[in-house]
Design a protein around this ligand. Structure first.
Ligand SMILES: C=C1C[C@]23C[C@@]1(O)CC[C@H]2[C@@]12CC[C@H](O)[C@@](C)(C(=O)O1)[C@H]2[C@@H]3C(=O)O
Ligand SMILES: O=C(O)CCC(=O)C(=O)O
Ligand SMILES: [Fe+2]
Length: 317
């Protein structure tokens, strides 16, 4: 049995406003850059994802997490892909969360081959496939806007990484169950960490719990908004921008009154892709803060680390 009992860290109620980016407005690319530099995090509105797809995903995921434990377990254990409960990753991290993790690499048909995909109804499978396509589109759109705002060359240098069929992206659904009245106290749902990929795109139901860490170390709650998406800068984008963009530390505390359901698409590059600062942003090699590693090397290293470890040290010169 996994026992989850960790002290709940303090969080300041800060007046920090989360930057809001209108994706339908091409001029908002400068706001994206500012948000990625200052916070590594922003909210996306006017994203064009059909509300009925969001509703279907939420309904089907809720039905899945409400199944008897023995049925959900048939879709696990998470190795790292599949259904998991309380355990996060492979190195003994725990949290008050159940999850489904899927590989989005269609060309390997691995999504379809995971136990989860054999366990869930066709209507959910189809919604997941469609949703992942939407998330691929949104991630590449955000990266295209970054390319334009920073004058990144060659064209599609960043967005191509998440668009090509070899992209090593993944998709996670997290469920943080509400507490019984008798055990009404906040607990760690998902411990602090940065996401290793280029960017992550999150959508949740209207339950709070997500917090981000500011540069001065202050933790601030992110007010939930189920009609919007939230974008996190990941470690890979921090390296490629030579530290100009910062990967944002975040965590989730459980909500005692309402269950939280979140869905996150982690847009990653192909496994063989060499990750290093972009020459067009940093003309002199001696100014590079990071050395070159393939995404495969960084990802393998990630799986040897604990959730809250500082992984970017592997890239540092
Ligand atoms: C403890 C771990 C879980 C994680 C792999 C790792 O060893 C360190 C990074 C973790 C993380 C955080 C962001 C995503 O949720 C995730 C899928 C990822 O790519 O890196 C998880 C990994 C996981 O749960 O498998
Ligand atoms: O569930 C959430 O809101 C965020 C979870 C998260 O950070 C992750 O899955 O990497
Ligand atoms: Fe995360």
């Amino acid at each position: 049995m996994v026992v989850v009992s960790q002290p709940v860290p303090k969080c300041k109620r800060s007046s920090v406003l989360i930057p809001v980016v209108d994706l339908a407005d091409p001029t908002s690319k400068t706001q994206i850059v500012k948000a990625c530099e200052e916070l590594g995090f922003f909210k996306v509105v006017n994203h064009g994802v059909r509300p009925d797809l969001l509703t279907k995903m939420e309904e089907e995921a809720t039905k899945f997490f409400a199944l008897f434990q023995s049925l959900k377990d048939k879709a696990g254990p998470a190795d790292p892909f599949g259904y998991g409960s309380k355990r996060i990753g492979l190195k003994g991290d725990v949290g008050c969360v159940e999850h489904i993790l899927l590989n989005a690499n269609n060309h390997l048909s691995s999504t379809k081959s995971t136990a989860v995909f054999r366990q869930i109804p066709a209507i959910f499978r189809e919604a997941v496939e469609e949703y992942m396509e939407e998330m691929k589109g949104m991630s590449s759109k955000v990266l295209e806007m970054v390319e334009e705002a920073l004058g990144i060359e060659p064209k599609e240098k960043l967005s191509r990484l998440v668009k090509v069929k070899e992209s090593d992206s993944c998709f996670r659904m997290n469920y943080y169950k509400e507490k019984e009245e008798t055990q009404a106290k906040e607990e760690i749902g998902f411990g602090e960490h940065t996401d290793p990929q280029l960017i992550s795109v999150l959508r949740s139901n209207d339950t709070e719990g997500l917090q981000i860490c500011l540069k001065d170390g202050t933790w601030v709650p992110v007010p939930p908004d189920h009609s919007s998406f939230f974008v996190f800068v990941g470690d890979t984008l921090q390296v490629m921008t030579n530290g100009r963009f910062k990967s944002v530390k975040h965590r989730v505390l459980t909500n005692i009154k309402r269950s939280r359901l979140s869905m996150i698409y982690f847009a990653g590059p192909p496994l063989a892709e060499k990750i290093a600062p972009l020459a067009c942003l940093v003309p002199k090699q001696e100014d590079y803060l990071y050395k070159e590693l393939t995404w495969s090397q960084y990802k393998s290293y990630g799986y040897k680390t604990k959730l809250g470890d500082y992984r970017l040290g592997l890239f540092e010169k």
